[in-house]
Design a protein around this ligand. Structure first.
Ligand SMILES: Cc1ncc(COP(=O)(O)O)c(C=O)c1O
Length: 351
């Protein structure tokens, strides 16, 4: 394999050969999964859906799920498209809006899949470095791009840009603005989501996933919210039956139990505070996180040996062998016991 194909494998949500969830005995704090199970309503709905109807194709336009999501998020079904994970929606967006030679702007560092998708489309990557505090970099709009990415809260920093800034950015870019809100349900501030803005901005696409706050990474479900014209275009590009019957059933049931999701998000916020405080006590700089992970930096040190030693001790965290991130570890906010095990191992290492 070469070129973007190899890069795509490497970009998959922190995929590292030999570090797969199927391997037991690891404490897995490297791919930002939710430590809590999905709502019991999801299990009940799935069990009910496993019957003879599996011989039938699923709804091609995910109508039932979109109707439920429209109610929850206060938009019309025509403002929503469902995808096989938000990764599929990202791919559809790029295929819709980026042609060979088009510029694609994004802050750096951010979710690594964006780079891969730009490469696959033969787009021109126009990256603007985040300032040291991960506030929104000036100069994104000046890139004159067909499409601009903003991951908010950002991965891997966990930092959040205000809604007012998102709106200003959308109004100042020349093309489409994609706001990836994979982690927004974990934000400290309510009302951080840009979904309401799609009513008054004709160039905004907001992405959500069921993989994080809804604990359904294994079923691959994402949603994109945008003005109806954009959604109609994306519908033409997607595969006919891009979500299977069980994923659609699970996502619709998950939306019927928002208190379950919100309760787990609050538990994760609480654990995030504890984890951040413990890492700070060990001498790490920890960015204010609005996600289900934290980025911890030990200025100038290479943290690869710490990552490797933790792995040897069967604790997986995320290390980025990339400029500007080699002195960082990204740690998923796991269950309290998992976090305590990480802290204990780091203390034992003197890391
Ligand atoms: C910023 C961001 N966007 C999208 C995704 C992918 O989400 P999904 O599982 O819905 O494809 C991830 C997964 O880690 C992510 O970190």
């Amino acid at each position: 394999m070469s070129g973007p194909f190899r890069a795509n494998v490497a970009a998959m949500a922190g995929y590292v050969p030999g570090e797969q969830p199927q391997e037991t005995g690891f404490i897995k704090l490297n791919t930002n999964e939710n430590p809590y199970p999905p709502s019991p309503r999801v299990g009940a709905a799935l069990r009910k859906a496993i019957d003879a109807s599996l011989r039938l194709y699923p709804e091609p336009l995910s109508d039932t799920l979109r109707a439920a999501a429209a109610v929850v998020y206060g938009v019309e079904p025509s403002n929503i498209i469902a995808g096989n994970g938000s990764d599929e929606l990202l791919s559809i967006v790029l295929r819709c809006f980026v042609e060979s030679g088009d510029r694609v702007a994004l802050p750096h560092p951010t979710y690594s899949l964006y780079d891969t998708l730009i490469e696959i489309q033969n787009g021109v990557r126009a990256a603007v470095d985040y300032p040291a505090d991960f506030s929104l970099p000036a100069g994104l709009a000046a890139q004159n791009a067909a499409l601009t990415f903003l991951c908010n809260p950002n991965a891997p920093s966990g930092t959040l840009v205000s809604l007012a800034e998102v709106e200003r950015l959308a109004r100042s870019v020349s093309g489409i603005l994609v706001v990836d809100e994979a982690y927004v349900d974990f934000a400290e501030s309510e009302g951080a989501s840009a979904i309401p803005l799609i009513r008054r901005l004709d160039n905004l696409i907001v992405l959500r996933t069921f993989s994080k706050s809804f604990s359904l990474a294994g079923l691959r479900i994402g949603l994109a919210f945008a003005p109806a014209e954009i959604i109609a275009g994306m519908m033409k590009v997607k595969d006919s039956y891009n979500l299977n019957r069980l994923s659609l059933t699970a996502a619709t049931a998950a939306l019927q139990d928002l208190p379950w999701m919100a309760r787990n998000a609050r538990r994760i916020q609480k654990s995030r505070k504890k984890l951040s405080a413990a890492l700070r006590r060990m001498g790490y700089e920890v960015y204010p996180s609005h996600a289900n992970f934290v980025l911890a930096r030990k200025n100038g040190a290479s943290l690869k040996p710490v990552y490797e030693e933790l792995k040897r001790r069967r604790v997986l965290v995320r290390y980025f062998d990339a400029p500007g991130l080699r002195d960082c570890l990204r740690v998923t906010v796991g269950a309290p016991k998992e976090i305590q095990a990480l802290i204990d191992q780091m203390a034992a290492l003197g890391a």
